[in-house]
Design a protein around this ligand. Structure first.
Ligand SMILES: Cc1cc2nc3c(=O)[nH]c(=O)nc-3n(C[C@H](O)[C@H](O)[C@H](O)COP(=O)(O)OP(=O)(O)OC[C@H]3O[C@@H](n4cnc5c(N)ncnc54)[C@H](O)[C@@H]3O)c2cc1C
Length: 329
């Protein structure tokens, strides 16, 4: 059996691993304690926040087909929100999201999708792969202490472009390609309340401010009752302030959120922030994934296409079909 190492347990990595595991010996390495990557959920003090991906859509038949069993099991559900576009504090348009063009979420929380896909896979959590060493016929993986993590015939890199570049061999096509990709940062604020705020919508796109998005997380299907908000900064604000003091940045975004909502946020009983250094990728044309049969190295991830959940699926699923059909013997 061909031994395959998949580095990263986000959606793209888990899709590759599941597609290949019936035919090959697949080991997934994930640096975090949880799986799902940016399809993430934070729990604290009785509150839950999907502080990464908010929702996703499924345009391609392949993705819709892949989601169907998860919809039937209740791992994926439709979020029927009232959606508003705000220009700072003014509502410029609003409408209901309905079944005609579903906005999907993990249920009862976003990271449930990763957990579901990872079940039955060999996932080594809390394991950061820091080095790939080429050896005859394959690769040796090492952690930051140079500990040997195993020998593999094929390695599949599924992390954001900058992290992929750090592992791709210097001067390789993959390394050069990663360096041409621009990923954008984002700050997330998580706010929990004892009583709901009187907002006329559950999801809002914000213009003319340093925040770009506000969602009532507790309005998504299956979430616990306490009222919770997730706020995202604009990518531009986060890129410009990525090395700034996180507490100060969060205080500024919180003040701005209060102004945009026209509500005092003093009543928040829970308050946390998160810095996403590689949140989204600019849209790009080109291949959906990378394969180099000569050195048995492959890569996938949302950034091959655009920084979206469906792009991560398309990249991982396409790569798996390619590896099944042609390259991986
Ligand atoms: C704030 C935010 C909001 C977003 N909103 C939306 C949205 O509303 N809709 C939408 O469609 N998309 C959204 N996205 C984008 C979406 O989350 C991503 O496109 C998708 O989840 C990417 O999946 P992936 O598998 O390509 O990468 P990731 O999910 O990033 O997976 C990569 C994995 O690799 C692991 N890893 C990295 N380096 C190593 C290493 N050296 N060793 C081992 N493991 C490693 C990481 O821990 C991670 O788990 C958002 C993202 C963020 C951050």
């Amino acid at each position: 059996m061909t031994k395959v190492a998949v580095i990263g347990a986000g959606l793209s990595g888990l899709v590759v691993a599941r597609e290949l595991e019936s035919f090959h010996s697949v080991t997934v390495f994930e640096k975090s304690s949880g799986v799902g990557g940016r399809m993430a959920t934070r729990y604290a003090d009785g509150f839950e926040f999907d502080h990464g991906a908010q929702f996703f859509t499924a345009r391609s038949p392949d993705f819709r087909h892949y989601l169907q069993p998860m919809i039937e099991r209740g791992v994926v559900a439709i979020w029927r929100a009232r959606f508003a576009e705000l220009d700072r504090g003014t509502i410029v348009s609003q409408r209901d999201w309905d079944n005609d063009y579903p906005h999907y979420v993990g249920a009862p929380r976003m990271n449930e999708i990763g957990k579901h896909l990872a079940a039955d896979l060999d996932v080594r959590r809390n394991t950061t792969v820091s080095m790939l060493e080429r050896e005859p016929g394959g690769w040796c993986l090492r952690d930051s202490g140079r500990k040997n993590l195993g020998h593999f015939d094929w390695v599949v890199l599924t992390m954001p472009a900058a992290q992929t570049a750090a592992l791709a061999p210097d001067g390789s096509d993959l390394h050069e390609y990663c360096k041409s990709v621009r990923m954008r940062a984002c700050f997330a604020l998580m706010l929990g309340f004892d009583a709901p705020l009187p907002l006329p919508w559950q999801a809002a796109l914000v213009r003319g401010a340093d925040i770009s998005w506000v969602s009532v997380n507790s309005s998504k299907p299956g979430r616990p009752e306490p009222f919770s908000l997730v706020v995202h900064s604009t990518n531009a604000f986060a890129d410009a302030n990525i090395s700034g003091d996180l507490v100060e940045i969060a205080a500024r975004l919180r003040t701005e959120t209060g102004e945009v909502l026209g509500e005092s946020l003093e009543a928040a009983t829970f308050y946390r922030q998160q810095r996403w250094r590689y949140a989204n990728a600019d849209n790009r044309d080109g291949a959906d994934f990378f394969v180099d049969e000569s050195v048995q190295l492959a890569a996938c991830g949302d950034w091959f296409n655009r920084g979206r959940v469906e792009a991560a699926f398309t990249s991982g699923f396409g790569l798996a079909q390619e590896l099944k059909g042609v390259a991986l013997r």
